[in-house]
Structure formats: C-alpha cells, structure tokens
Design a protein around this ligand. Structure first.
Ligand SMILES: Nc1nc2c(ncn2[C@@H]2O[C@H](COP(=O)(O)OP(=O)(O)O)[C@@H](O)[C@H]2O)c(=O)[nH]1
Ligand SMILES: [Mg+2]
Length: 361
C-alpha cells in the first residue's frame, strides 16, 4: 500500500504551494500507477537511481515507481479540535496518514499575510501542536471511558489498555504528545486503535526565503527535542520549478544556489522518518518496480506488498543486492557467480534488494 502523508500547518504557511509542486512532479513523471487523484491528494513517485540501473541491466520493459500520497489538509486553525473551520473533517483526514509533514512559515515576504500578524516559527508550531494535542485528548478521554466500562469484566488485555489510555490522557493533559507513552505489551493494539495524531512521526518543513536552504535554528532544536525530522525548502520556488522543463529547472536551481530538488528531499526525509527501505522487482521484458517496506520486515512481508496472492502462495525467494545484480550483468551472470541467493520467508529484507518470489498460485 502506498505511504500516506498529511501536510499540516498554519493558514498561509505554504502548504498548498508545496502540495502543488508535489502534484506537478507526480503528473509529469511517467508510469505512475494511479489514475484517480482527489483534488487534495498528490501521488508522488519516489525516484531511485538504483532501480534505473537494475532495469537497464535486466532489460526491463519500463519502470514503475512506488509512490507516496500527500494529502493537503486545510483548515487547521486555533479551535480546530472543537470543529472551528473545517476542523473536524481535517482531523479525521490526518488520523489515516502514516506521518505528518508540518509546514512552518520561515520566509519574510511581507506580501504574504500572516494570520497572527508576524512571523514566529515556534509560536506557529505550538499553535498547531496544541490543536493536535487537544484533538487527541478528546479522543483518548472518550476511549478511556469506554474501555473502563469494558474492563469491568476483568479481561486482562482491557485492563492493560485502560492503564495505557490513562497514561496517554495524563500526558496529553500535560500538553505533551502521545508518542511519549511507551506502547503496552499486554495491549499491543491499543495505540493503533486510538490512532492518535501526536503519536505519528513528524517532518518539519521550514518554508524559507528563496535561495536559502538553511533550517532556522529554533526549528532544528524543536524537531530534535521531539525526535522529528526537519528540512528547508522554498515552497513557492518549488512550485515554480515544477512548472519548468527538467533542463530549465536544473539551470534555475543552479542560479539560485538550490542544490537538489526540495521535493526529493521532503520525500527522502519522510521515508527516513518512517524507517522505510526500498526493494525492487525486475525481469526481462517486464516492468521493473520499486516498493517500500518497514525496516526489519521479511521476504514474506515483501511478497505481501507485491500481491496478497504471492504472499499466500509463498514458496521461496531469489534475492540479490541491486549492486551485485548490476555488476554481474544480469540474473544469468549472478547465478554463475553465486550471488543470487535462495531465501525463505523469514529472510530480513535489506535496502536495495532485488527479489523474485516463487509462489504457488
Ligand atoms: N515569498 C514566498 N511566498 C510564499 C512561499 N510559499 C508560499 N508563499 C505564498 O504564500 C501564500 C500562501 O501560500 P499557500 O501555499 O497557499 O499557503 P497555505 O494556506 O498553507 O496552503 C501564497 O500567496 C504563496 O504564493 C515562499 O516560499 N516564499
Ligand atoms: Mg492551502
């Protein structure tokens, strides 16, 4: 399943500009496997040079990139948890995402109105975080009430969940995010069932002045204190660059002193945050494809990413690192060299593995 990321931030922070740049990147890239795009969902292919090398080596018919869905979530203002503005709908939208990108205004363009009248990154971050905490608190209190009632029956898992929820409520009441409360071993699904917003990984995107790539120190410090990531981009420039042809965009980047695509940086940092590794499938005259998987998962999980039938019928997997495959000039060469390995379902996947799953249909 593709990874889902919600973009949040104050009004006018630059969310939609970032989103438009992402959308444009998605539409322009060849071979992206989804055809229906909701107006506030950008499907962004995750470019990976390793797959290009693999595809060429094995003579693949085409390349199909794995994608990330970015959701532009409008309407987060102070009071959103009480349903101000589009509040509640917006909150329901981010509950379903895997991670949050928090866009923070850090550029000083006076032509862009700030809802609070001045640019202050930390104040803005705290406004948004407070809304998320309050929304979670409401949800956690409601769930605690319900689970407390259910736990009267004496079931151990429910008693454990009740205790865990009480801790979460206390943490949120103190104004702190839910991710600070350790998961409960006796109630392993409690966190998933609560679906708290403040337990999701966060990437701060500092929307900086054109030509700058520096993350303001206050944002770096705040991100570090939370175990969150941070990158700097200029949303407006990225949106403008996305309108240009590749060559023109590269030339303009050079002129501005902006190195790599800010969008690629956002995608890469988001993936690092989610601890995802990439793996590939590729064969002669077939599409070469990239996929993503949580670090530490197995060949069996990888099979499930590709297709549930392939996972169900899993027999064994042929696995090789992308570099070895390229060095050997293809599968036949790799077999001769003995670098193509047979692995069982419990094999832990590595970043850059190329896998062929043998399965019984
Ligand atoms: N100077 C400058 N203006 C920006 C930048 N990013 C966004 N803006 C402008 O700020 C305004 C609000 O941006 P938008 O992306 O719609 O914000 P949203 O409300 O968070 O979706 C628009 O007029 C944008 O053109 C930026 O990096 N630099
Ligand atoms: Mg917007």
């Amino acid at each position: 399943m593709s990874t889902r990321i919600g973009i949040v931030g104050m009004p006018n922070a630059g969310k939609s500009s970032l989103f438009n740049a992402l959308t444009k990147a998605g539409v322009e890239a060849a071979n992206y496997p989804f055809t229906t795009i909701e107006p506030n969902v950008a499907v962004v292919p995750v470019h990976d040079e390793r797959l290009e090398a693999v595809a060429q080596t094995v003579g693949a018919s085409e390349i199909v990139w794995d994608t990330v869905d970015f959701h532009d979530i409008a309407g987060l203002v102070a009071g959103a948890h009480e349903g101000e503005g589009l509040g509640n709908r917006f909150l329901a939208n981010i509950r379903e995402t895997d991670a949050i990108v928090h866009v923070v205004r850090a550029h000083g363009d006076e032509n862009v109105v700030h809802p609070e009248g001045s640019v202050d990154a930390l104040r803005d971050i705290e406004t948004i975080e407070t809304e998320l905490v309050l929304a979670d608190l409401e949800q956690a209190e409601r769930r605690l009430e319900r689970v407390t009632r259910q736990a009267r029956g004496g079931e151990r898992a429910l008693i454990a969940e009740q205790a865990w929820l009480a801790q979460v409520v206390a943490e949120l009441q103190a104004g702190r995010p839910a991710r600070g409360v350790a998961l409960s071993e006796e109630a392993p699904n409690a966190a998933r069932d609560l679906g708290s917003l403040t337990a999701k990984p966060v990437l701060f995107v500092a929307n900086v002045d054109e030509g700058s790539e520096e993350i303001p120190a206050a944002i770096t410090a705040h991100a570090q204190a939370q175990g969150a990531g941070a990158v700097a981009v200029s949303s407006r420039i990225e949106a403008e660059l996305a309108e240009l042809e590749d060559d023109d965009a590269a030339a303009m980047r050079e002129e501005l002193g902006v190195s790599e695509s800010g969008l690629q940086r956002v995608v890469r940092e988001a993936f690092a945050l989610l601890r995802l590794i990439a793996f590939f499938t590729a064969g002669e005259a077939k599409p070469a494809q990239s996929w993503h998987l949580r670090q530490g998962l197995t060949a069996w999980h990888a099979a499930g990413e590709i297709h549930s039938d392939i996972q169900k019928g899993f027999v064994r997997a042929e696995v090789i690192g992308w570099r070895e495959l390229v060095d050997a000039g293809g599968y036949a060469g790799a077999r001769e060299r003995g670098t193509l390995r047979l692995e069982g379902r419990d094999y832990t996947m590595s970043d850059g593995d190329v896998i062929t799953v043998k399965f019984t249909p």
